[in-house]
Design a protein around this ligand. Structure first.
Ligand code: FAD
Ligand code: NAI
Length: 463
């Protein structure tokens, strides 16, 4: 240790980095975390998961009041939007949680090295004008918005997700480029607050990577909610004049171009790993063809003592994946066995209804062998029906021979919460019969998971 300033230096204080740092410190390792932002918590807490969920929640309540949904339940109210106050509440949520990480760093004696870190060697990094040496370095630098060639993000008319969280007024017409997670979540926010929203998606369906039936049903629900979907369409140019944008779009397969005008454009076509400025070459590291840092099962890079986790590495770009990798890498560094089961990482889209999945899609499962599929509609779930939340279904995919659950897909108001039981069941190697014979409390949305598992067995009760 004599030669080293730290046992562990983590670069980046997002959900991957801050969790790795805290866990390493808990395990008795002298730990520092370099972060260039003014606040800790990374993309997730500052400009991602947390502020987007604050607006999703608030806009859902506004819509329930404005659309007359509350009145139907006997709650009469006049809905008046105070966007400044809504933004204030979002900022408070971010401030509280980012401040909480700072408190946890102090509590666990993790030193925050403020500034942008760059390698100066395989065990040394320069940050904030200081060069530090660490026995282990964890790269957790996350990701940032993928730019669309030829389209300039000015954060006024043409915005990325960060700009879309902070729009000072509700746009009349918001065009979202990209029908993925960000486009649908933030598109939903501004739709509920009164904007016309058009989603332009290059592929012929929304939400790539999700189960095909779920993607189709989701598109149906979003259309019903009034989102205009332009699938199989590409944006070939965006010009801005006098505060308005003109977009040129054409069929992805080729064909006649047309123009759309909008007072706000959200570019949400994916995110890419942050490695620029890290001087990886000085540590003997390079990126894979996708610009990510490749790691092995233990999150070790090719250079001894250098590890990587989270969005900067291959795999889904999700906060909980980064967090679990943060814990695992710290445990591996401490000589324990840190494991993440990458086959069981749930994904949730926090629209209303929510859309969630874990494990294989039906398509992928069928490619691998014979399967049994059970489905149960939320319309037949007593709690969802009572709460006027009839949209969606639960789908359980099981191996035809062993009955082991291979994947679970849910569209339901509480899908993000319900998917946890599916992930846990899969982690324990459950069969669909195990779920079907587990007693579920009544009346809950989760009973739909049990009934979908019963449907795999061929014997649901309520349909
Ligand atoms: P990040 O959170 O990106 O953190 C990396 C940190 O490293 C940053 O703070 C950055 O400033 C810092 N950094 C980078 N380079 C350096 C350097 N050289 N020196 C010092 N510091 C550096 N995921 C979910 O699971 N659920 C959600 O609901 C969800 N919602 C999202 C909503 C939006 C709008 C966006 C954009 C993303 C959302 N995500 C969500 C994705 C989630 O935010 C990321 O997967 C997660 O933050 C990745 O964590 P990370 O620790 O790998 O990186
Ligand atoms: P995404 O990968 O989810 O979706 C991007 C979409 O843009 C795709 O459907 C793609 O086909 C489309 N696209 C690409 N190029 C296009 C073009 N030129 N024209 C039209 N469409 C085009 O990426 P998104 O929404 O930007 O999110 C980035 C990441 O952030 C995701 O990987 C996601 O995991 C994470 N995230 C997670 C959330 C959650 O867990 N709830 C919420 C928000 C983001």
């Amino acid at each position: 240790m004599a030669d080293y300033d730290f046992d562990v230096l983590v670069i980046g204080a997002g959900p991957g980095g801050y969790v790795a740092a805290i866990r390493a410190a808990q395990l008795g390792l002298k730990t520092a975390c370099a972060e260039s932002r003014e606040t800790l918590g990374g993309t997730c807490l500052n400009v991602g998961c947390i502020p987007s969920k604050a607006l999703l929640h608030a806009s859902e309540l506004f819509e329930e009041a404005a659309s007359g949904k509350l009145a139907k339940l006997g709650i009469k109210t006049e809905a008046v939007l105070d966007l400044d106050a809504m933004h204030g509440s979002r900022k408070d949520a971010v401030k509280g949680l980012t401040g909480g990480i700072e408190y946890l760093f102090k509590k666990n004696k993790v030193e925050w090295l403020k500034g942008r870190a760059a390698f100066t060697g395989a065990d040394s990094v320069e940050v904030g004008g200081r060069t530090v040496r660490a026995k282990n370095i964890v790269i957790a630098t996350g990701s940032s918005v993928t730019p669309l060639p030829g389209v300039t993000i000015d954060q006024t008319v043409v915005v990325d997700s960060t700009g879309a969280l902070e729009l000072p007024k509700v746009p009349e017409h918001l065009v979202v480029i990209g029908g993925g997670v960000i486009g649908l979540e933030l598109g939903s926010v501004w739709k509920r607050l009164g904007a016309k929203v058009t989603v332009v998606e290059f592929l012929d369906q929304l939400l790539p990577g999700m189960d095909a039936e779920v993607r189709k049903e989701a598109a149906k629900i979003f259309k019903k909610q009034g989102l205009e979907l332009r699938l199989g369409t590409k944006v070939t140019g965006v010009t801005v004049a006098d505060g308005r944008a003109t977009l040129t779009v054409e069929p992805a397969a080729g064909g006649a171009a047309e123009t759309l005008t909008a007072d706000a454009v959200l570019v949400a076509i994916g995110r890419r790993s942050n490695t620029e400025g890290l001087a990886l070459e000085k540590a003997g590291l390079s990126t894979n063809p996708k610009g990510q840092i490749a790691v092995d099962h233990d999150f070790a890079t090719g250079v001894p003592g250098i590890w990587a986790i989270g969005d900067v590495t291959p795999g889904p770009m999700l906060a909980h994946k980064a967090e679990d990798e943060g814990i695992a890498v710290a445990e591996n560094i401490a000589g324990l066995t840190g494991i993440v089961n990458h086959d069981v990482i749930p994904g949730v889209v926090y629209t209303m209804p929510e859309i969630a999945g874990v494990g294989l899609t039906e398509e992928l499962a069928r490619e691998r062998g014979a399967v049994k599929v059970g489905k149960f509609p939320m319309l037949a779930n007593s709690r969802a029906k009572t709460n006027h939340e009839p949209d969606g279904f639960v789908k359980v995919i099981a191996d035809a021979e062993t009955d082991r659950v291979l994947g679970v897909w849910i569209i339901a108001s509480l899908a993000g919460t319900m998917i946890a039981q599916a992930a846990q069941a899969m982690e324990f190697g459950a069969t669909s019969e195990d779920i079907a014979y587990t007693c579920h409390a009544h009346p809950t949305h989760s009973e739909a998971v049990k009934e979908a598992a019963m449907a795999v067995q061929g014997k649901p009760i309520h349909i």
